[in-house]
Design a protein around this ligand. Structure first.
Ligand code: AR6
Length: 169
């Protein structure tokens, strides 16, 4: 099935979709940016589920490029899919890890039966990935993905991020 890809400027916690993707860190225990917004607005149920996942499956944390789902607490969506982007590095090419965040999140979405998924621009905030390159990897990976998700929405926080995605789509 063809996946419809769209762009929205705004806050990912405002989206009405089946699943939103969190730009988390390996601890799964919260942070700033998207992660902070999701936990703040979603409430303690998400953190509780993350703690359980750490205890049951990810004692050393969720590896970079992987994705895992929890309930969404008060967010008004069905699931949060947490993925861990790579830190930007000028000396090492970590593009495959960033691409993996998108493909693994879609794989988890397929397992859940999610039909609509909202992504932030993973790694382009605290983790320092240049926006244009982050947008290219995001769009190329989703366009190439073999997924049953019908609606993929990129939720871009500011004008620069929206423009970077818009130029490429
Ligand atoms: N909705 C949509 N996009 C947002 C929002 C929001 N509410 N808030 C920020 N952005 P970041 P990362 C944009 O830093 O780079 C956390 O502390 C932001 O402008 O959220 O993957 C985690 O715990 C940027 O373009 O994620 C990790 O430690 C993009 O979302 C670390 O940050 C991603 O920025 C992960 O860093």
């Amino acid at each position: 099935m063809a996946t419809k890809i769209s762009l929205v400027q705004g806050d990912i916690t405002d989206q009405h979709v089946d699943a939103i993707v969190n730009a988390a860190n390996s601890s799964l225990l919260g942070g700033g940016g998207v992660d902070g917004a999701i936990h703040r607005r979603g409430g303690p149920e998400i953190l509780e589920a993350c703690r359980k996942l750490r205890a049951s499956h990810y004692g050393w944390g969720l590896p970079v490029g992987k994705a895992v789902a929890t309930p969404a607490g008060r967010l008004g969506v069905r699931w949060v899919i947490h993925t861990v982007g790579p830190l930007w590095s000028a000396s090492e090419d970590r593009s495959a890890q960033l691409a993996s965040c998108y493909s693994e999140s879609l794989r988890v979405a397929d397992e859940l039966g999610a039909e609509s998924v909202a992504f932030p621009a993973v790694s382009t905030g605290v983790y320092g990935w240049p926006m244009d390159d982050g947008a290219r990897i995001a769009l190329e990976t989703v366009q190439a993905a073999d997924t049953a998700v019908a609606d993929v929405r990129f939720v871009l926080f500011d004008d620069t991020a929206y423009a970077a995605f818009d130029r490429l789509l």
